[in-house]
Write a protein that binds this ligand. Structure first.
Ligand SMILES: [Zn+2]
Length: 292
């Protein structure tokens, strides 16, 4: 006679993926850099410290620090006396909103090492390499935050209440990796990112993901065609996504960079080419426009 099903449950339970969160949060910059260094091979703690990120006043659900770096343009000589200084272009650069897309955080740490070079040094940058530290530091790393919410579906787009849950149920079959949350901005990580947009008022938002190997674009301005080997390929508009919120609702251009692999970085030459092509697009499409 076969055993009742419950006899197999312990063995089945062992097969199910279980997400573990570190017992101690990475709340201070020292703890945070140590934890990030363990997770991202390309960001050893010494480099992380050198990049001088600072902790936001609020933390993630699991009390990990939300770290950022604010880089105003370096003071420069004003060419003609009496001319009012031009307001610098403001760029918000975000990685790691999906915690299992490790390269999206690693490449933002890389670019953070290049933002004070001559051309990008003219702009005002706010850089958030790891928008979802709970997801990145979980074992295994997970897309969602510690409440199981896809932060990139949690922004307060005008269609959120009418569409976010319908979309999740009908288009994703209630995929837990794409749960938009109980309400728009239910998550403190989303609220913090939203506050950054409200206070910093970026002229451009760059959000890095993986692994689709394409570019996406929302909002005003001419669409970018190609950064490095990544070509424009519109993914569509999702209720609650940052592209939808920033590009369609706040009328701010949002470039979404989808790297080709979530755990394997592009070669250094390609990291540089994507960066250089992005700077070239910014120069041609935003830098000489009248900004507010
Ligand atoms: Zn993503």
């Amino acid at each position: 006679m076969p055993k009742p099903f419950r006899h197999y449950l312990p063995a089945l339970t062992l097969l199910l993926p279980v997400t573990c969160f570190p017992a101690a949060p990475a709340s201070t910059p020292q703890q945070w850099c140590a934890a990030i260094g363990e997770r991202l091979g390309s960001v050893p703690p010494a480099l992380c410290h050198k990049l001088q990120l600072q902790a936001a006043p609020i933390q993630s659900v699991r009390h990990n620090a939300l770290m950022f770096r604010d880089l105003p343009p370096a003071p420069r000589k004003i060419a003609s006396l009496g001319a009012p200084p031009k307001r610098p272009l403001r760029i918000l650069l975000v990685g790691g909103i999906h915690g299992d897309e490790l390269t999206s955080a690693s490449i933002v740490f890389r670019w953070l090492q290049w933002v004070d070079e001559a051309e990008p040094g003219q702009y005002h940058w706010r850089v958030i390499p790891v928008a979802n530290p709970d997801g990145l530091l979980a074992s295994p790393a997970q897309r969602m935050n510690a409440n199981g919410v896809d932060l990139n579906r949690n922004f307060p787009t005008p269609d959120w209440h009418s569409n976010a849950h319908n979309y999740w149920a009908s288009k994703t079959q209630r995929d837990p990796r794409r749960f938009p949350g109980k309400d728009a901005m239910s998550e403190q990580e989303t609220r913090w990112l939203h506050d950054q947009i409200e206070s910093f008022k970026p002229n451009l938002i760059v959000s890095v993901h993986a692994p689709f190997g394409i570019l996406d674009f929302d909002g005003p301005a001419r669409q970018p065609r190609r950064f490095g080997s990544l070509s424009l390929n519109r993914l569509g508009i999702y209720p609650g996504s940052l592209g939808n919120y920033g590009g369609e609702h706040k009328n701010t251009p949002v470039i979404t960079i989808e790297l080709p692999h979530a755990t394997s970085m592009p070669p250094l030459r390609e990291q540089r080419k994507i960066w250089d092509d992005m700077l070239s697009w910014i120069r041609q499409n935003l830098a000489n426009k009248n900004l507010s």
